[in-house]
Design a binder for this molecule. Structure first.
Ligand code: EPU
Length: 456
């Protein structure tokens, strides 16, 4: 049963350049003076904020373009560092990646254009994989397209080891063979053949890699105990538009009939439920009333139910989700689980909300055991949290007090900004480049809701 590590990757900020996805340049990796977010707590939020396309879908859709030569158009891709790094991975293989209209905002249908050539180099180098561990999802499409792949092994990270055993076992069931040497996994699969794959855990990445290999395998592949996240359904939706034959995406059993050829498509990225959850938590912490445009209640059911139990009011709105918090929240218990359970990515936000809720809440992490590092930072803000193994016992205090804190990963960074919104005085979140890996303009969007927050 997995309890291990993920994707905090990245060694430093990569400055976004409007108009193109810039080369990943290690010289830009040193912390800069804008690497801090300063928050002044105490102001309720109001207004409307729009979420972008989901990071954890966009990255996989970008990887899927490896499967078919031609010009692909991905709509509503967020402008975040991880997208920039995935673009760099694709470029290193020969693709041309650019923003169709560099000045387009999120409200426009901004297009990321990926021109995939007829011949690609099936190698993902260590310099990129090390900074961005989600790049392992190129393995399946490269094997399917080229019959071989050489991908650097992702190392461990801030919340533990990062195994890929399920990815490799699943691909091996389809006929791929692997060697690992010199820090690389080298795969060969001249003839992928459909098979039954039973995952021992519904791993998101393993499901995606296996699906993207199976679409070009001979015959039928059945993945049992597949991950059910909305981002998996989004990936399969795009693959079907490309000509794949996939059924059951979004359920525990995915059936894929291999096809000989796939073509380029235009596809709109599913809205980011984790970004949406961040704005819900922000209003829960600061109080007020907001609309989170494009958020989908059907993708966030259990979370919204939990927030409702805590005393927030949330309902579907013609635009997305309406949310209100007008009093101190109540503590609840919760456990992270694969979708449709409460996502591990929501957890830092929930712990933050519990830190000022009335009563005691117990939060249990079932996916990434090491994902509690931000708790020390919340304690610096006066939170009363005890952790033991994969549990956190959170005893709500009346109010947090602003303090200098450090972001250790994307979600922890966002949660600390949210904590600052409900804290007394000034909170300075250092290492804000982690936040940029997963959020497009978190600061600007919160400021538009009335929060006093800025890039220092
Ligand atoms: N696992 C294994 N072996 C494997 C693969 C996974 O033991 O071969 C374990 C992991 O160590 C972990 C569990 O299985 O304990 C679940 O991992 P999963 O493979 O589902 O996660 P992932 O694909 O690596 C994605 C998201 C994460 C999110 C998790 C869980 C991306 C790029 N990342 O990671 O998002 O937390 O699913 O939902 O899609 C984030 O966005 O900040 C983030 C960390």
């Amino acid at each position: 049963m997995p309890v291990a590590g993920e994707d905090t990757g990245g060694t430093g900020p990569v400055v976004w350049q409007t108009g193109s996805v810039p080369a990943a340049d290690p010289t830009t990796a040193a912390p800069t003076s804008v690497d801090r977010i300063v928050v002044h707590g105490g102001d309720p939020l109001s207004g409307r904020v729009r979420v972008g396309g989901a990071k954890n879908s966009a990255l996989k859709l970008m990887a899927a373009t490896l499967l078919a030569p031609g010009v692909h158009e991905l709509v509503r891709v967020p402008r975040i560092t991880d997208v920039e790094l995935m673009a760099e991975v694709l470029r290193s293989m020969g693709a041309r990646v650019r923003w169709r209209d560099p000045d387009a905002s999120l409200d426009d249908d901004r297009v990321l254009e990926i021109d995939m050539p007829a011949t690609i180099t099936p190698v993902a180098p260590y310099e990129l994989v090390e900074r961005f561990r989600a790049s392992i999802v190129v393995l399946g499409p490269l094997l399917a397209r080229c019959g071989e792949a050489r991908v650097a092994l992702p190392g461990g990270d801030d919340f533990g080891p990062r195994p890929i055993d399920m990815h490799l076992r699943g691909l091996a069931a389809l006929g791929a063979e692997f060697d690992t040497s010199h820090g690389y996994v080298e795969g060969r699969a001249p003839n992928l053949v459909g098979s039954r794959v039973l995952l021992e855990f519904p791993s998101v990445g393993a499901t995606e890699n296996i699906v993207m290999a199976a679409v070009r395998a001979k015959g039928t592949t059945t993945i049992d105990n597949a991950a059910r996240e909305p981002e998996i359904a989004d990936l399969c939706g795009m693959l079907n538009k490309m000509g794949a034959r996939i059924e059951g995406a979004g359920s525990s059993t995915i059936v894929i009939e291999g096809v000989d050829e796939l073509g380029p498509v235009r596809h709109r990225v599913v809205p980011d439920r984790i970004e949406a959850a961040t704005y819900l938590a922000a209003v829960g912490m600061a109080g007020g009333e907001i609309v989170v445009a494009d958020a989908r209640l059907d993708h966030m059911d259990l979370l919204c139910q939990k927030l409702g139990e805590m005393g927030m009011r949330i309902s579907a709105d013609p635009d997305g989700l309406w949310a209100m918090a007008n009093r101190r929240l109540r503590a609840v218990d919760c456990s992270t689980l694969p979708y449709p359970g409460i996502a591990t990515d929501y957890k830092p936000l929930i712990v933050t909300l519990l830190s000022t809720a009335e009563g005691v809440g117990i939060v249990t992490e079932n996916l990434f055991a090491g994902r509690f590092r931000y708790v020390d930072e919340l304690r610096r803000m006066g939170a009363d949290i005890r952790t033991e193994a994969h549990h956190a016992v959170v005893r709500g205090v009346e109010r947090l007090s602003g303090a200098p804190v450090r972001a250790h990963d994307i979600r922890a960074g966002a949660a600390l900004v949210v904590a600052g919104l409900g804290a007394e005085g000034e909170t300075v979140v250092a290492d804000a480049h982690h936040v940029d890996r997963g959020y497009e303009d978190l600061v600007g969007k919160l400021a538009a809701l009335g929060a006093r927050v800025e890039r220092a």
